[in-house]
Design a binder for this molecule. Structure first.
Ligand code: UDX
Length: 439
C-alpha cells in the first residue's frame, strides 16, 4: 500500500521506516528542506538504536523515500498519516494544534481518490472531528475518513515498540477505513498482536490515559521512595514486593529524579487542562504535575545536603544529562533543573553524557562538558548520577573513588550496590533506600 507520512520527526520517521519494513511504499514529507536533504543522502537526524539501518535498507529497497512536497507524497496514497508535533502552549499547557491543522489543510488539497487520514500525533479528545471538518471544507465526505491511531513508542526502544507492540489502537468510524487500517497493520495482526478497534474519541483518550497513568506510577513510587528514606525502608524491595502483584505490574516502579521527555510532561499538563475545560477536573493529575516539578528542585537539595550543606565553590561532576538513557533527547530532562540549581548555589558543574552533550550545550550555560566519565570525575567534590546509562553501571568504582577529590556519590537512579559503595568508603546517597543509603 502506498502511504504518505506527514512529519519526518521522531514519530514520523520511526513509523515510516517500520511501515516500509512491513512492505508498504512509504513517502515521508517534511517542510524542513535540510532534514529531507539529509535523509535522502542517508543521514538520519535522530538518535535511536537501529533507525539508521532501517532507513537505509528500506531506502535501497525503494520502499521508503523523502520529499518536501505533499502533492508528490499524497499521489495515489491510500493512507495519509499526520505525525507532526503538538507542543505545549506556553502558560496554559494545552496541546498546540497548529501543525495538525496545517497538515489537514494541506491534505485537503491532495486527496484524489479515497484516502484514510490517520492522526498519529497526540491530540486532545475531539481533535479528529476538527481535522475532519477542515478537510470536508474542500473534499466530499465520501472521499476520505479520519482515523485516530496513537503511538506508544518509547525513545530508545521505538522500533521494537512499533513492530511488536503490546497493542495497536485504532479509532475508526467506518468499515472502509477499518479495512485499510487492517491492511496496514496486517504483519502485526499475523504475528498475534492485539488490535483494539474503538471510536475515534476513545482512541484519543486511550493515548492520554496511558501516558498519564505511567507518569502517575513513576510519581507514586518517587513519593513512596521519599517516605522510605524517612522510615528506614528500602524502595527497591518495596517496588519488587508490589510489582509482583499482577494488578500492579513491575514496570515503571523505579524511583528517580522525576520524569521528563517529550511526552509525559506535555501530556500530563494537556490532560489536566482538558479536564478543567470539560468541567471534570482530575485533581490526581494536577497534583502529579506539581509533585514532579518540585521533585527536580528537591533533587538538587539532596546534592547540597550530601556535600555538607553547601556547594559554594565546589566542583560537581554530573554523569548523565538526557531524561533517560539510549536517547540524545534533553526535553524536560531533570538535569535542566538540577544543574542550574547547583550553579545558583555556587557550584562549578562539569558534565558527561554519552549522547546528550550536543543538545545540552546550549541549554546548560556555564557547564564544562567533557567526553568521558573518568575525566568528568577528576578532582570533583562529588559525583552525581542523573541518568542511568549502562556505561555508568560498569564504571570501575575504585577508579571512580581515586579520581574524585572527595568520595561523595549521589546516585539518583540507584545503580550501585549500597554495600560495595560503603565498603569502598564512599559517602553514598541514593533514592529511597532508607538510612543505609543515607537518604
Ligand atoms: C513515553 C511512553 O512510555 C510512550 O509509550 C509514549 O509514546 C511516549 O512517552 P518516553 O518518553 O520515551 O516514552 O520514555 P519512558 O521510558 O516512558 O520514560 C519517561 C520518563 O519516566 C523518563 O524520564 C524516565 O526516566 C522516567 N521513568 C520511567 C522513571 O523515572 N522510572 C521508571 O520506572 C520509568
Amino acid at each position: 500500500m502506498r502511504i504518505a507520512m506527514i512529519g519526518a520527526g521522531y514519530v514520523g520517521l520511526v513509523s515510516g521506516a517500520c511501515l516500509a519494513d512491513f512492505g508498504h511504499e512509504v513517502v515521508c514529507v517534511d517542510t524542513d528542506e535540510r532534514k529531507i536533504e539529509a535523509l535522502r543522502a542517508g543521514r538520519v537526524p535522530i538518535y535511536e538504536p537501529g533507525i539508521s539501518e532501517l532507513v537505509l535498507s528500506n531506502q535501497s529497497a525503494r520502499r521508503l523515500s523523502f520529499t518536501t512536497s505533499l502533492a508528490e507524497a499524497g499521489r495515489g496514497a491510500r493512507a495519509i498519516f499526520i505525525a507532526v508535533g503538538t507542543p505545549s502552549l506556553a502558560e496554559v499547557g494545552s496541546a498546540d494544534m497548529r501543525y495538525v491543522h496545517d497538515a489537514a489543510r494541506a491534505i485537503a488539497k491532495v486527496i484524489d481518490d479515497f484516502a484514510v487520514v490517520v492522526v498519529k500525533s497526540t491530540v486532545p479528545i475531539g481533535a479528529g472531528d476538527e481535522v475532519e471538518r477542515i478537510i470536508a471544507e474542500t473534499v466530499p465526505r465520501d472521499r476520505f475518513s479520519v482515523v485516530s491511531n496513537p503511538e506508544f513508542l518509547r525513545e530508545g526502544a521505538a522500533i521494537e515498540d512499533f513492530k511488536q507492540p503490546d497493542r495497536v489502537v485504532v479509532g475508526v468510524g467506518d468499515d472502509r477505513a477499518g479495512a485499510v487500517m487492517r491492511d496496514i497493520y496486517q504483519p502485526i495482526n499475523a504475528a498475534g498482536g492485539q488490535m483494539v478497534y474503538t471510536s475515534r474519541r476513545s482512541s484519543e483518550m486511550i493515548k492520554y490515559a496511558a501516558n498519564v497513568f505511567l507518569a502517575m506510577k513513576v510519581t507514586f513510587i518517587n513519593e513512596i521512595a521519599d517516605l522510605c528514606e524517612r522510615l528506614d525502608a528500602d524502595v527497591v524491595d518495596v517496588s519488587r514486593g508490589i510489582g509482583l502483584d499482577d494488578r500492579i505490574g513491575a514496570k515503571f516502579l523505579n524511583p528517580g529524579p522525576g520524569f521528563g521527555g517529550s511526552c509525559f510532561p506535555k501530556d500530563t499538563l494537556a490532560l489536566s487542562r482538558l479536564a478543567i475545560e470539560a468541567k471534570a477536573p482530575i485533581r490526581l493529575v494536577e497534583t502529579l504535575v506539581d509533585v514532579n516539578d518540585k521533585r527536580k528542585v528537591a533533587m538538587a537539595a539532596k546534592v547540597v545536603k550530601a556535600c555538607g550543606g553547601s556547594v559554594a565553590g565546589k566542583r560537581i561532576a554530573v554523569l548523565g544529562l538526557t531524561y533517560k538513557p539510549k536517547t540524545d533527547d534533553m526535553r524536560d530532562a531533570p538535569s535542566l533543573v538540577i544543574i542550574p540549581e547547583l550553579q545558583a548555589g555556587g557550584a562549578a558543574v562539569v558534565a558527561y553524557d554519552p549522547e546528550g552533550a550536543k543538545m545540552a550545550r546550549d541549554m546548560l550555560p556555564g557547564v564544562e562538558f567533557v567526553d568521558n566519565a573518568y575525566a568528568c570525575l577528576e578532582g570533583a567534590d562529588a559525583a552525581v548520577v542523573i541518568t542511568e546509562w549502562d556505561e555508568f553501571r560498569a564504571l570501575d568504582l575504585e577508579r571512580v573513588k581515586a579520581a574524585l577529590a572527595k568520595p561523595v556519590m549521589v546516585d539518583m537512579r540507584n545503580i550501585y550496590p549500597i554495600k560495595r559503595m560503603k565498603a569502598l568508603g564512599f559517602r553514598y546517597v541514593c533514592v529511597g533506600r532508607g538510612f543505609n543509603g543515607e537518604g
